[in-house]
Write a protein that binds this ligand. Structure first.
Ligand SMILES: NC(=O)c1ccc[n+]([C@@H]2O[C@H](COP(=O)([O-])OP(=O)(O)OC[C@H]3O[C@@H](n4cnc5c(N)ncnc54)[C@H](O)[C@@H]3O)[C@@H](O)[C@H]2O)c1
Length: 354
């Protein structure tokens, strides 16, 4: 019989349910324990998904010696303390995005990973989509040449999640759409670029809808007694150590008249360019002074989250470094911190990696 692992899941909310459905499709992993700050929800998930053990709190789950790994799927402020404690308890960690509420908390996770020798992987499922994999293959094949400009983002017109809940409170989330959806686009862009280091950041953030309780979307449960102190739109320019520039534009709510609200990445290289807009991909190059455009078809295979979960389990079983390691989560958070700082000060923020 092939080897398999036992996982516990901390958090039983919306994304935890997605993980539970996903791991049910794997034959070498089992989610064997669950906990949540609201225990009736953990109990409900246990019944729905046939999970044998409901722990009373995260500490009890982390001390459960029968578990090899944990999935952390709770509000962002708890990512760092729970990930660090999990690593101390000898567990491998699949950590939801963003890594933490800021770069400093993310750095402490990176240190804990290095000390533990365990696997920590960021749950950036977009890296595994059929289209992302097809684009990565075109880049690795040299079809784009040297990529020197990237435009990425995700502009929602009316998508503020859980107004007044942890999503819109900076002490609990770390920020608004930058932290929530911008981090996905940043992560995918840097991955496709081959993980260059960001060296300088210039950006601005705005809150024009949230404070007026406008632009409310469908994700999360609003808490009208709560508050909103994060941005609802951000725009930034990031310079990378390979000479490339990356612009990032994100919103939860905006008077954007664009036809599409889909996430997008446009990668422009010396020999060709690739665009991802939602689930559509295209390639462009020049031939005899003509623009030549063609579709990029997604690669076949399992859905992104299944591939992500399989990769995590494989890394745990074989002691391999994941393709979305802790350092990538930290790099993302350093950029996001720098955008907030630049917006506050009005200045460019230089990032030192010594
Ligand atoms: N990868 C993605 O595309 C994606 C999508 C949505 C959310 N997320 C991330 O997943 C995380 C959770 O988001 P969500 O949408 O599921 O939120 P949610 O509010 O639906 O669920 C969070 C759950 O955590 C529980 N909780 C709160 N504090 C806890 C604690 N200290 N210990 C144990 N349980 C606790 C809450 O009771 C709640 O049930 C966030 O970090 C979010 O950024 C990722």
């Amino acid at each position: 019989m092939s080897k398999s692992i036992r996982l516990g899941i901390i958090g039983a909310g919306a994304i935890a349910n997605v993980h539970l459905n996903t791991f049910a499709k794997l034959d070498n992993a089992e989610i064997a324990a669950v906990t949540d700050a609201y225990l009736p929800l953990a109990q409900q998930r246990a019944e729905e998904h046939g999970i044998a053990v409901v722990h009373e709190n995260p500490q009890a789950l982390l001390e459960d010696a029968s578990l090899d790994a944990v999935i952390i799927a709770v509000p962002n402020q708890f990512h760092a303390p729970l990930a660090i404690e999990a690593l101390k308890q000898g567990k491998h960690v699949l950590l939801e995005k963003p890594m933490a509420i800021d770069a400093e908390a993310s750095r402490t996770i990176v240190e804990a990973v290095e000390q533990s020798g365990k696997v920590l992987m960021m749950a950036h499922q977009m890296r595994w989509s059929g289209l992302s994999r097809a684009i990565k293959a075109r880049i690795d094949n040299g079809d784009l040449g040297r990529i020197y400009n990237v435009k990425t983002g995700w502009m929602r017109k009316k998508g503020i999640p859980g107004w007044g809940s942890w999503f819109t409170r900076s002490d609990q989330s770390g920020g608004g759409p930058l932290i929530d959806i911008g981090v996905h686009m940043l992560d995918l862009s840097l991955y496709l670029l081959g993980n260059p280091k960001p060296i300088s950041v210039y950006g601005s953030t705005y809150a024009e809808f949230g404070p007026k309780k406008e632009g409310i979307g469908n994700w999360g449960t609003p808490n009208w007694e709560g508050y909103y102190d994060v941005e609802d739109l951000a725009s930034a320019l990031i310079k990378l150590d390979n000479g490339a520039t990356l612009s990032l534009d994100v919103s939860w709510a905006a008077h954007s008249a664009s036809v599409s609200e889909d996430p997008f990445i446009h990668l422009m290289g010396t020999d060709g360019g690739v665009s991802l807009v939602g689930d559509k991909g295209s390639f462009v190059t020049h031939a005899d002074n003509e623009v030549v455009q063609s579709d990029v078809e997604p690669l076949e295979g399992d859905e992104d989250r299944v591939l992500l979960s399989k990769h995590f389990v494989e890394c745990v079983l074989e002691g391999k470094q994941p393709i979305a390691p802790a350092i990538s989560g930290y790099t993302n958070m350093r950029i996001l911190d720098a955008i907030y700082e630049s917006s506050r000060t009005g200045n460019e923020v230089k990032l030192n990696w010594d």
